[in-house]
Design a protein around this ligand. Structure first.
Ligand SMILES: [Zn+2]
Length: 308
C-alpha cells in the first residue's frame, strides 16, 4: 500500500496527516507552532514528526501547504504570514532528510485540491474554493485544471475590490473582499456592535475576549444584535461569492476556513443574498482539508517538477 504525507503549516498549529491511495486519512496529528522560538525550532518539530510518520508508514512523497508567498519554483517559502520564515528552502530540507519528492503549495490551493479530489467538488470541471480565515484565500479549477496564472499564484480571491471607498488593505488597494468578509472583518464588526450596545448578550459574550466564534455564541443565545452582525457579514460575503460566480460560472463553490466550522449558520444567513444558492456549499473536510490537499499535491507532480 502506498501512503502520502501531508503537512499543513499554520501560524498557530501544524497539522500532519497520512493519506492512503484511496484518499483515506489513516493518520492525523496536530501540534503547536513554536513561532516565538524561531525558524529552526519549527523545522526541528516538523522533521521529528515526519520521522515518526516514516517509521509507521511507507511514505511515497511529502506535500507541504503553507500560507503566504512561495518562490516561482515552488521550493521555498519566501514569507508566511505571522510565521518567522524568510526564504526557507523547505523542499530541499525535507528532500535531503527523507529522500523522497517534496511538493510545496499555498494553503488556499491545498484546500481547493482537497475539496476537488476528496470532497464535495469531486468530478467538477469548474469550481471555486473560498477560504474564510484571517484573510480570504482559495483558488479555482477552470476547464478541469487548476488556474495558475503566469506568475503561478492566481486565485488570490480575497483581493478583488468590492468597495473602492473601503478600508486600506496590506496589498495596497482599498476595499478588498477580505476587508469585508474575513474572520478578521467579522471580529471587528462584532466588537463594534458590542461597544454600541453594551447591554446586549453579544457585549456580555465579548467581555472574555472576542474571536470568530463570539458572535455565533451570542446568536445561539437569541441575541438580536448578533443576528444583525451575522446578517451584515453574510451580505458582504455573498457580494464576493456572487462576483466570483459571475466571473467563473462554476458548477460548485466551496466555502472553507475556520469560520465555516459554523457552516450551517453561515449558509442560513448567506442563502437569501446568493445568486445561485444551490451551487454554494461548506467543505465536508473542515480542519483536514489542508493536510489532505497537501498529501494530494503529488498528483500535479509533472507541473511542480517542470517549475524547478
Ligand atoms: Zn487586498
Amino acid at each position: 500500500m502506498k501512503y502520502y504525507l501531508g503537512l499543513d503549516i499554520g501560524g498557530t498549529n501544524i497539522k500532519s496527516g497520512v493519506l492512503s491511495a484511496t484518499h483515506k486519512l489513516v493518520y492525523k496529528n496536530s501540534f503547536r507552532t513554536r513561532s516565538a522560538d524561531g525558524e529552526q525550532a519549527i523545522i526541528d518539530d516538523i522533521i521529528s514528526e515526519c520521522a515518526r510518520i516514516f517509521g509507521m508508514y511507507k511514505i511515497e512523497c511529502i506535500g507541504v501547504g503553507c500560507p503566504g508567498d512561495k518562490d516561482d519554483a515552488n521550493v521555498s517559502i519566501v514569507t508566511a504570514g505571522n510565521l518567522p520564515f524568510y526564504n526557507l528552502p523547505i523542499v530541499d530540507i525535507l528532500q535531503k532528510r527523507f529522500g523522497v519528492e517534496v511538493y510545496l503549495e499555498n494553503d488556499g490551493s491545498c484546500a481547493l485540491i482537497a475539496d476537488w479530489h476528496a470532497g464535495a467538488g469531486k468530478g467538477c470541471t469548474d469550481m471555486v474554493e473560498i477560504t474564510v480565515g484571517t484573510g480570504i484565500g482559495g483558488g479555482c479549477v477552470v476547464n478541469g485544471d487548476l488556474m495558475r496564472g503566469v506568475t503561478n499564484d492566481a486565485g488570490e480571491l480575497g483581493h478583488f475590490v468590492i468597495d473602492p471607498r473601503g478600508e486600506k488593505c496590506p496589498c495596497g488597494q482599498k476595499g478588498c473582499f477580505e476587508r469585508f468578509a474575513s474572520a478578521t472583518a467579522l471580529i471587528k464588526m462584532t466588537r463594534k456592535a458590542a461597544e454600541s450596545d453594551p447591554g446586549s448578550v453579544l457585549a456580555r459574550e465579548c467581555a472574555n475576549g472576542v474571536d470568530g466564534r463570539t458572535v455565533f455564541n451570542a446568536y445561539a443565545k437569541g441575541c438580536p444584535v448578533a443576528k444583525r452582525v451575522l446578517r451584515r457579514f453574510a451580505k458582504n460575503l455573498a457580494t464576493g461569492i456572487n462576483g466570483l460566480d459571475f466571473i467563473f460560472a462554476p458548477q460548485y463553490i466551496s466555502l472553507a476556513g475556520g469560520i465555516m466550522n459554523q457552516g450551517d449558520v453561515v449558509l442560513k444567513f448567506l442563502r437569501p443574498y446568493l445568486l445561485h444558492p444551490q451551487k454554494v456549499g461548506v467543505t465536508t473536510l473542515h480542519g483536514d482539508a489542508g493536510v489532505i490537499g497537501a498529501a494530494l499535491l503529488w498528483k500535479f507532480k509533472k507541473y511542480y517538477l517542470s517549475l524547478r
